[in-house]
Design a protein around this ligand. Structure first.
Ligand SMILES: [Zn+2]
Length: 644
C-alpha cells in the first residue's frame, strides 16, 4: 500500500492543491506582438551579473555563462506557442511545430530529423470559440469542447432546457428540442449508461444543438481539455459537447429550474480533416566522439492539449530541450557518447511517440545510459531520484549543477527503483533503460494550468526556465562523459503497487481484483476513514503513512455504509520477496541508506515531500487519466517505421 498510497495521494493532492488556487483569469488567446516587441517574458533576459561557475571544464563554464547572459529558452518557447499555438496530436499546428523544432536543432548545428511513429485516423484543428448567456441576463461563458468533437457554425442562439431523463420525456419535448441547448442535471449521473445512450440518440434525432455539462473542477474555476482521437472518418461524432465552468453551469441550471427562460449562444469552430495523419518524433543528435553508439537522451513531448496555448504542458519541456542543445553546441561540446534530443508526439493520447520509438529500436535500448524527461511544468528542475547502484556516477555527472544557483537547489535522492508513470520516461523504464522524470520545485501551481484554460504564457516562470535549461545541458553533458553507462542493476520497478487502484478524494473508485492493493485488503468503493485509529479528514492526514512507507497498518474504511477495520498487509504482495532480496543485496553493498533526504546536493526549500507533491503531482494525475483512457478503449494508432 505504501507506494500505492503515495502515488494515489500524489494524484489527489495535486487536485487539492489545484482546488486551493482560485485566482481565476479569463482564457487569453495568444496575442501576437510585433516582432521584437517586449513582453513580460523578456524580464528574464535582462542582463544579470554572471559569476563564473568554478569548474576546470571549459564547456561547463561556457554553458553557464551563456545560459545566464544570453539564454534563448524563453524566446524559443514564445516563438513556438505564439506562431503555432497549442499542438494537438493530429493537428496542423503540431505538424508545423515539429518542422520548426527540427529546423531549430539544425540551426544550432545538430543532425536533426522527424521520425514517423504512427498515424491518427482523423485530424482535428480548433478555430475560435466563444459563448454567452443572452437571456435573462448577459453573461460570458468559460467553456471548452473536447478535441475530436464537433462545433457549431454560429453564433447559434437558442433556448436552454434541462436534460430529459427518459426517452419518453424526450418524445414529450419534441417540438421544443430542435436547435435547443440541453443542460445536464445532477440526475444524469444516476442514469444507467444504456439508458443514457438511448436518450442521447433520441436527442440527436430531435436535432438539438448540443449538450452543456459542468466541468469536473468543483472549484468552478477551471475548464479541462481532453478528447478521444479514436474516431472514424465515416462516423464523425455529431453531438456538440460543451464543458462549462461548473459555477456557470450551476447558475444557468438554477435559473432553468426556477422557471426562467434562458437563452444561450455559442459559436464553436471545430474542424475535422481526413486522415490518416502521419505523426512524428523530432530527433536531433550531438554525435559522441568516443562512444557514438551509446546515448544519453534528453527531451519532453511536443504535443499538447488544445484548450489554451500548451505553454506549461509541455512548451516548457520543449524549450529546455532546444535550449540545452543550443547551449551545448555554442559551448563547443564534443561529448564522449551521443546526446540525443527528443521531442515526442502523441504523449497526451498515451505516450505513443516514446512507446513507438522504444518498440522500433530494441537494439539500442541496452546502449542508452539515461533518459531525462522534462514534463512537469515551469517549476525549476530540482533533483533526480536514482538507485544506489547508479548514485556515485550520477553524483559525478551532476557535480556542476549542485551549486549552480543558491536559490534553486538541486539534490540527488536514493530511490528503491525507477519510477514510471505519466510521461515519456515510462516506456524506456519498461524496456530496462534508466528513465527519469525530473523533480521540480518552485511556486508555480501546476494543477491550475495542467490541461486547463490557464496553460498560457502568462503563467510561465522565465527565471525558472533559464535555470532548467542549464540543468538539462549540464546533466546531459555530465552523463555523456562518464567512463561508463549508468549501472541499471536492480533498477527495474518491482510489482507496481499503484496499478489497479484509482481514487477520487478519499474513496477508492477502483481496486482491480488480483492487484497488490486487492491482496492487501482494499476493495473498490471503500472510503478511507481512519488510519491507525486516527480520523482521516483529508489526504493530508495520510502523510505519516507515506513518510513511513509502512508494510502493515490498520485502516478503517467505510464499506457499504459500515465502518470496517482492515489489517492492511502489503507484505503479502507477490513482489515483496524480491523486494526484500534487493534490499538485502543493497545493505550488504552500501550499508544503511537514507531514502528521504538528498545524498548529494541540497533539497529544495519547503520540505521535500511537499515539493514533490507540488512539483510532480500534476503529472501523476495525468498518468492516472491516461490509464483511464487506455483501459477503457483498447484501440491504438498504427505504429509506423522511421520516415523523414
Ligand atoms: Zn505533459
Amino acid at each position: 500500500m505504501k507506494r500505492a498510497t503515495l502515488r494515489v495521494l500524489l494524484v489527489s493532492l495535486a487536485g487539492l492543491l489545484a482546488a486551493g488556487c482560485a485566482a481565476a483569469t479569463a482564457p487569453t488567446p495568444a496575442a501576437t506582438p510585433a516582432p521584437g516587441a517586449a513582453s513580460p517574458n523578456d524580464v528574464a533576459a535582462a542582463p544579470t551579473p554572471a559569476p563564473t561557475i568554478e569548474s576546470d571544464d571549459p564547456v561547463v563554464v561556457r554553458i553557464v555563462e551563456l545560459g545566464r547572459t544570453d539564454s534563448r529558452v524563453n524566446p524559443l518557447l514564445r516563438e513556438m506557442t505564439e506562431k503555432f499555438g497549442p499542438r494537438l496530436t493530429g493537428s496542423h499546428a503540431l505538424m508545423e511545430a515539429e518542422r520548426w523544432a527540427r529546423d531549430q536543432f539544425e540551426g544550432f548545428g545538430l543532425e536533426a530529423r522527424l521520425e514517423r511513429w504512427g498515424d491518427v485516423p482523423v485530424g482535428f484543428d480548433r478555430g475560435p470559440w466563444w459563448g454567452r448567456m443572452v437571456a435573462p441576463e448577459p453573461m460570458d461563458l468559460d467553456f471548452i469542447t473536447p478535441a475530436w468533437s464537433p462545433g457549431i457554425v454560429g453564433p447559434h442562439r437558442a433556448a436552454a432546457i434541462a436534460y430529459p431523463t427518459s426517452v419518453k420525456a424526450v418524445a414529450k419535448l419534441e417540438d421544443t428540442l430542435k436547435g435547443a441547448w440541453v443542460l445536464y442535471t445532477p440526475a444524469v449521473k444516476e442514469l444507467d449508461s444504456s439508458v443514457k445512450d438511448k436518450i442521447d440518440a433520441a436527442l440527436v434525432d430531435a436535432q438539438i444543438a448540443g449538450t452543456v455539462r459542468p466541468d469536473r473542477d468543483k472549484s468552478g474555476k477551471l475548464v479541462h481539455t481532453s478528447g478521444d482521437f479514436r474516431i472514424d472518418w465515416g462516423a464523425i461524432p455529431s453531438l456538440v459537447d460543451v464543458r462549462l465552468r461548473s459555477d456557470q453551469h450551476k447558475e444557468i441550471l438554477s435559473r432553468i429550474e426556477a422557471g426562467e427562460s434562458v437563452e444561450l449562444e455559442f459559436s464553436i469552430d471545430n474542424r475535422f480533416f481526413r486522415g490518416p495523419v502521419p505523426q512524428h518524433n523530432v530527433v536531433a543528435d550531438i554525435v559522441g566522439s568516443e562512444f557514438p553508439d551509446e546515448y544519453v537522451i534528453v527531451g519532453g513531448h511536443i504535443d499538447s492539449w488544445d484548450g489554451a496555448q500548451g505553454v506549461i504542458d509541455n512548451g516548457t519541456g520543449v524549450a529546455t530541450t532546444l535550449e540545452a542543445a543550443r547551449l551545448l553546441m555554442a559551448a563547443g561540446a564534443r561529448p564522449r557518447r551521443t546526446i540525443r534530443f527528443m521531442l515526442w508526439g502523441g504523449e497526451e493520447q498515451g505516450l505513443w511517440g516514446s512507446r513507438s520509438y522504444v518498440d522500433a529500436n530494441p537494439d539500442i535500448m541496452p546502449r542508452i545510459s539515461a533518459v531525462l524527461v522534462h514534463d512537469g511544468g515551469t517549476n525549476f528542475l530540482s533533483g533526480l531520484d536514482v538507485t544506489p547502484e547508479m548514485a556515485e556516477a550520477a553524483k559525478e555527472a551532476f557535480a556542476p549543477v549542485f551549486d549552480l544557483d543558491e536559490k534553486k537547489p538541486f539534490g540527488l535522492y536514493f530511490a528503491k527503483q525507477l519510477t514510471p508513470g505519466g510521461s515519456d520516461h515510462s516506456p524506456f523504464i519498461a524496456a530496462g533503460v534508466p528513465g527519469f522524470f525530473w523533480r521540480q520545485s518552485g511556486d508555480a501551481n501546476y494543477g491550475f494550468t495542467h490541461h486547463t484554460q490557464h496553460d498560457t504564457l502568462e503563467h510561465l516562470r522565465p527565471d525558472y526556465q533559464k535555470h532548467s535549461a542549464m540543468v538539462v545541458a549540464l546533466g546531459a553533458w555530465g552523463l555523456a562523459n562518464l567512463d561508463g553507462q549508468l549501472d541499471r542493476t536492480d533498477s527495474a520497478p518491482l510489482g507496481d503497487r499503484r496499478s489497479g487502484v484509482r481514487m477520487s478524494g478519499l474513496t477508492l473508485t477502483e481496486v482491480k481484483e488480483g492487484s497488490s492493493a486487492y491482496h492487501a485488503g482494499f476493495r473498490s468503493g471503500d472510503t478511507l476513514a481512519r488510519f491507525e485509529g486516527k480520523d482521516i479528514k483529508s489526504l493530508m492526514d495520510l502523510l505519516p503513512l507515506i513518510r513511513a512507507e509502512r508494510e502493515q497498518f490498520k485502516m478503517t474504511v467505510k464499506r457499504k455504509g459500515k465502518l470496517v477495520e482492515l489489517d492492511i498487509d502489503y507484505s503479502k504482495d507477490p513482489s515483496a520477496e524480491k523486494r526484500k532480496e534487493r534490499e538485502a543485496r543493497r545493505r550488504a553493498r552500501f550499508g544503511q541508506l537514507e531514502y528521504g533526504e538528498p545524498f548529494a546536493g541540497r533539497a529544495a526549500g519547503g520540505g521535500g515531500l511537499m515539493n514533490l507533491l507540488r512539483g510532480r503531482g500534476g503529472s501523476k494525475a495525468k498518468a492516472n487519466a491516461k490509464a483511464d483512457d487506455g483501459e477503457a478503449k483498447g484501440q491504438t494508432p498504427a505504429p509506423a517505421g522511421a520516415d523523414k
